[in-house]
Design a protein around this ligand. Structure first.
Ligand SMILES: C[S@@+](CC[C@H](N)C(=O)[O-])C[C@H]1O[C@@H](n2cnc3c(N)ncnc32)[C@H](O)[C@@H]1O
Length: 351
């Protein structure tokens, strides 16, 4: 199932859960910032509502939800009911999410009572919950995705890494709109004093951090075009609707007054995330294993969207196997330390 917006959710059957150690490393780096937000939020007397926006298949949400539960319960005692609402696109693999929540050893439900998990299959560019009802909103590794695919790039697999001025300008415009809309919608849902933490891949003035990994993916696709396995049109349609913002793009709506749509910035920072596969590679020197892990991790988030570009006479799984086998071959030639940038913002509802 796709969402008819030029992109799909993550690779299903729990594949994303099994191949998202890089994102998990980014999530781990947010623990202290998130704990401070959980400590600061006013929780009143009734049910505490926490929203996990863009949960995917859930495994990377377990640790931050556990931090939120523990921090809040230290303040309220163990009996306070807490709702955890996971949201993602309708095409998300929600079965794997529920497996992770109800069966994983790492689940936040382990050794906790009065925790109520729920899920919503709807884009967060729509209203998701009633006004003034959310205490904490958590969101990682998703806001780089645009609300829709606005333009195809013929020179790169990632819209935001094209060299075309036309493509870059269309991406920038869409991302400004998306950011403003996301903030406004979440602000309406937060209680007074509620916190939104959002962290997603971003860039510096000079680099994206994705040059090696996604440059090689684009070259792998071009290799298959050269071999007649994909058409040039399919390669052009293989434009992942992602752009990489800079820190100043997040701050932009807040510029005049320090406030936007009832929110204020509590924390804003650009971090470079650690790559757990690199240390393993330094120990083993196994280039093929290092390359395979990166190709699988890339397939987990990009594969279903690339498959949307294929014409009907291609079997998507066969084509994706070929693309990512070639990707792995290319990556193994010259392994590099892939440490993407991640921007993290914490916003507090002030009005
Ligand atoms: C890379 S995964 C991140 C999953 C998890 N939060 C993590 O940190 O590992 C990105 C997720 O964002 C979701 N996503 C993208 N656009 C979305 C939207 N407009 N509304 C809701 N979810 C969206 C995708 O379906 C996918 O599950």
């Amino acid at each position: 199932m796709t969402d008819d917006l030029g992109r799909a959710a993550m690779e299903g059957s729990g594949f994303y859960n099994r191949h998202s150690a890089l994102q998990a490393a980014g999530v781990a780096a947010l623990a202290d910032i998130w704990a401070r937000a959980c400590d600061a939020v006013p929780v009143g007397e009734g049910v505490v509502r926490i929203v996990d926006l863009a949960s995917s298949q859930g495994r990377n949400s377990m640790a931050p939800m556990r931090i939120a539960i523990d921090t809040i319960r230290r303040r309220t005692g163990p009996a306070r009911p807490i709702e955890i609402i996971h949201t993602d696109l309708p095409s998300n693999d929600f079965s794997s999410l529920f497996d992770a929540v109800f069966a994983d050893d790492s689940s936040y439900l382990r050794n906790a009572s009065a925790i109520f998990p729920l899920a919503i299959g709807r884009s967060y560019f729509e209203p998701l919950l009633p006004p003034d009802s959310v205490h904490l909103a958590w969101n990682t590794w998703s806001m780089q995705w645009m609300a829709r695919n606005v333009i195809n790039a013929s020179d790169h697999v990632l819209a935001g890494m094209s060299k075309s001025e036309e493509v870059l300008s269309a991406v920038a415009t869409q991302q400004q709109e998306d950011w403003a809309q996301f903030l406004s919608l979440r602000s309406a849902e937060l209680v007074h004093g509620g916190r939104l933490l959002t962290a997603f891949t971003a860039r510096t003035d000079i680099e994206t951090g994705w040059e090696w990994l996604l440059g090689e993916l684009w070259e792998a696709i071009c290799d298959l075009v050269g071999q007649g396995l994909l058409s040039r049109e399919e390669a052009t349609r293989m434009t992942i609707p992602i752009g990489l913002r800079q820190l100043r793009d997040l701050a932009a709506p807040f510029n005049d007054t320090g406030a936007y749509a009832g929110l204020k910035i509590e924390h804003l920072e650009l971090k470079q995330t650690a790559n757990p596969h690199w240390n393993d590679f330094l120990k083993t020197g196994d280039k093929d294993e290092f390359a395979r892990r990166h190709a699988e991790a890339t397939r987990a988030w990009a594969g279903p969207t690339l498959a949307l570009a294929l014409t009907s006479h291609h079997d998507p799984q066969v084509s994706l196997d070929a693309i990512f086998a070639r990707h792995a071959e290319r990556l193994a030639r010259d392994p590099k330390q892939h440490e993407p940038y991640m921007v993290v913002g914490v916003f507090v509802k002030d009005k």
